[in-house]
Design a binder for this molecule. Structure first.
Ligand SMILES: *Cc1c(COP(=O)(O)O)cnc(C)c1O
Length: 370
């Protein structure tokens, strides 16, 4: 039992039937992304009565397994759900670290407010990661580019079909060993430009990390796959087709003159923690970072003139991924360069180096978990 600053103690109910060492080793030899899960899960329950009395309790580590839920649970009907995504990295001395987890904790609460879910004290969020990774330490891979992906989420479990914020909620964390998100070598990915669908809009939930945004992106994702693309780019059709982001990643453009441009946060772009880290590392290298409106026309003309030399997408899961060609209903915008760009790769190496302990963490971004 561990006390957290918030007075919640996590109890531990060990999994009596964990994966064998051999089974785990076979999984870790080729983890893929999001296909396998560890032996435990962290859970904290929230209950309030009609007068608002109550709160978080029953913090625990328990065996990983199905969730028993009433078929009337609000999450199943109205999608009252949020999530986070971050990684635990194994350093050379065996210790395990996470990257800016306090930023994930803060963003989780921003999402919670938007989805009318209860806020979770940030120290409980961090402690839940520590507890789960401690229980499942053996699952943290140590290979190049590998990590244990942590997925905190919160769901409305109250059985009630009326439409109001649920009074029973469950916070959980699951963990999944992760290799390279797009598999294999780092080739530029081609992207499909969605003009029939938007993922977010003014006043909507675009800034919240919620399942509903992802559900809304899937029809566009299917269009992309039919075009042989792995990812979708969404625009703001009410603002000169300003570029927003991909379904789950932010986007950057490198200009020949040393500028790094990314769409400004406009209320419906997700505040990526990788995005903010990339901006800091780019500024440290002397690049001029611009957060501003950038349109699809500027992409087209910038690539044609050679002014835009690189484009990349970024997020926790895939880190930094070079973007190749952009396919659109009206033709293709060519890849800005022939392969992964120099600036893209330099920032990627630096970021991965900090996360894995190979490069000095000058900004104090790492938090030790175990
Ligand atoms: C999670 C997410 C990102 C990336 O955020 P990171 O904090 O960098 O992982 C970008 N866009 C969307 C829509 C997301 O859900």
């Amino acid at each position: 039992m561990t006390q957290t600053a918030n007075g919640l103690a996590f109890t531990r109910q060990p999994n009596t039937n964990p994966k064998s060492d051999a089974e785990r080793a076979a999984i870790l030899a080729n983890p893929g992304f999001g296909d396998y899960f560890t032996d435990h899960t962290a859970v904290v329950d929230f209950t309030i009565d009609a007068n608002g009395q109550g709160g978080w309790g029953n913090a625990r580590i328990e065996p990983y397994g199905p969730i028993a839920m009433d078929p009337a649970a609000a999450v199943l009907h109205y999608g009252q759900e949020i999530f986070e995504g971050l990684k635990a990295y194994r350093h050379a001395d065996g210790s395990v670290w996470s990257f800016r987890p306090e930023a994930n904790a803060a963003r989780f609460n921003t999402s919670a407010r938007r989805l009318a879910l209860p806020e979770l004290p940030e120290e409980v969020f961090i402690e839940s990661l520590r507890q789960l990774v401690a229980a499942d330490q053996a699952w943290v891979p140590s290979g190049d580019g590998e990590a244990l992906y942590l997925r905190p989420f919160m769901i409305a479990t109250e059985a009630f079909l009326g439409v109001r914020p649920a009074r029973e909620v469950s916070y959980r964390v699951i963990a999944s060993p992760a290799g390279n998100y797009f598999g294999g070598e780092l080739k530029p990915v081609s992207i499909w430009l969605s003009t029939s669908y938007a993922r977010a809009g003014e006043g909507g939930t675009g800034e919240a990390k919620c399942g509903g945004n992802y559900a809304a992106s899937l029809a566009a994702q299917m269009e992309a796959e039919a075009q042989g693309c792995k990812q979708v780019l969404f625009l703001d059709p009410f603002n000169d087709n300003a570029i927003e982001e991909l379904g789950g990643m932010n986007i950057f453009f490198v200009f020949r003159d040393g500028r790094l441009v990314t769409p400004a946060l406009n209320g419906h772009i997700l505040h990526g923690i990788t995005r903010s880290s990339v901006m800091q590392l780019a500024a440290d290298r002397g690049l001029k970072v611009e957060e501003r409106k950038i349109t699809i026309d500027e992409w087209r003309t910038g690539v044609a003139s050679g002014e835009i030399t690189e484009a990349f997408a970024c997020g926790t899961a895939a880190v930094i991924t070079p973007i190749g060609e952009l396919k659109t209903a009206e033709g293709t915008i060519a890849s800005p360069g022939s392969g992964a760009g120099e600036v893209t790769m330099a920032i990627r190496e630096q970021l991965l180096g900090i996360q894995t302990g190979a490069v000095e963490d000058l900004h104090g971004w790492l938090t030790r978990l175990v």
